[in-house]
Design a protein around this ligand. Structure first.
Ligand code: MN3
Length: 383
């Protein structure tokens, strides 16, 4: 039986790469649902090519265009945020790939878990915002969350067969385009420079997060929930070659790392085939091409966002949600040339200082924290 996959965010970077994987191994997988926010043209092309059962466009204004283009195909067409949350419950879905960007991934992922679907998780913000709630619900519903983020896929793969003897984990970080640069230099960098990632091709939001190291901060919090770790068990090491995707150190001091070429199609394929591995024809790693692997500590002076994320994680409650919301606002402002590189950290820090943290939050507390943090972060932006 083919595994039937719903892709939330099919027109983004992870979405398109996962469709490449599905297309290449179409004897194993088929597309059941595709959803996108705005990119109606690409969604139409994908729907015609992959013949899903249903498609959803989140932006309701694009519905007519989508429905018109697909009227002669046997594809159900829906629109709006509510449809996104409903469509994941379809009987015929085996795996939901959560590849939306930011906070918007939370509700559909939550619904998919409620419906008992296996989750391939590429949307790290879902766990950053509401990790305790999400992981608790997943345990209750006996739902497996398979990480697609390359570092977490690495840890997940290292833990196969021995999940319980973790002493600590090391998440590797490429360091982004500004590794080794001075604070002075970073004061004046532009979005154009920030959008040039050395190793990974990704969407704009995550690429800026990689440049500020907030991406690694989000991943630290993501790892905490995925692998039930204490904050002190998670370390970050800069590894510019992006070949060791992350490392587990076990209680006896032994370490396991997962390695490979930096290509998201690998963790995507693993998430789709788990618990099995299949033969792939992806390019193979050559040691000779990488004669030197190097490691450094992250620089707290230059990249305060990573340390803000540790602070948010240790504070707990709604603080990571507040941090995430203000980061989304700040990154968007940076991408629109409204603030500079360190304006991002400043907006986040000031929002984290201002908004009151709720301990033991429920879903409504997270929603409220997100709303409040966004509104306050916006008020800090130059008009
Ligand atoms: Mn990653």
């Amino acid at each position: 039986m083919k595994k039937r996959i719903a892709i939330l965010g099919s027109t983004g970077s992870i979405g398109t790469q996962s469709l490449e994987v599905i297309g290449r191994y179409n004897d194993l997988f088929e597309v059941e649902v595709l959803t996108a926010c705005n990119n109606v043209q690409l969604l139409i092309e994908q729907a015609i090519l992959f013949k899903p059962n249903a498609v959803v466009i989140a932006n309701e204004e694009r519905y007519r265009e989508l429905a018109e283009a697909l009227k002669n195909y046997p594809v159900k067409v829906y629109c709006g945020a509510a449809a996104m949350e409903q469509v994941v419950r379809m009987e015929t879905i085996d795996i939901v790939l959560a590849a939306l960007v930011g906070y918007s991934g939370l509700m559909p992922t939550l619904e998919a878990i409620r419906a008992g679907k296996t989750i391939a998780l590429a949307n790290k913000e879902t766990l950053v915002v509401a990790g305790d709630l999400i992981t608790r619900l997943a345990r209750e519903k006996n739902v497996t969350i398979i990480p697609v983020d390359s570092e977490h896929s690495a840890i997940f793969q290292c833990l196969v067969g021995e999940p319980d003897a973790i002493e600590k984990i090391y998440l590797t970080a490429s360091g982004g385009p500004f590794r080794g640069k001075s604070r002075e230099y970073l004061e004046t960098v532009t979005k154009k420079e920030a959008l040039k990632h050395p190793n990974w091709v990704m969407g704009a939001k995550i690429t800026i997060d990689s440049a500020t190291l907030m991406n690694k901060g989000l991943e630290v919090i993501e790892a905490r929930w995925l692998f039930s770790l204490d904050p002190g068990q998670i370390d970050v090491v800069i590894h510019p070659q992006s070949v060791l995707h992350s490392i587990v150190q076990f209680t006896d001091g032994s370490m396991k790392a997962q390695m490979g070429l930096p290509d998201m199609k690998l963790p995507i394929l693993y998430a789709f085939t788990y618990p099995e591995r299949i033969k792939s024809d992806f390019p193979r790693f050559s040691f000779i091409d990488y004669p030197k692997l190097s490691f450094e500590s992250p620089d707290p002076e230059c990249f305060p966002n990573l340390f803000l994320a540790y602070h948010a994680m240790r504070t707990g409650g709604t603080m990571p949600c507040i941090m995430n919301a203000s980061n989304e606002i700040a990154v968007d402002a940076f991408l629109n040339d409204r603030i500079g590189f360190y304006g991002i950290s400043s907006v986040i820090e000031r929002t984290m200082e201002k908004i009151a943290v709720v301990r033991n939050p429920g879903l409504d507390d997270y929603r409220e924290a997100d709303r409040e943090a966004r509104s306050y972060a916006c008020s800090l932006l130059p008009s």
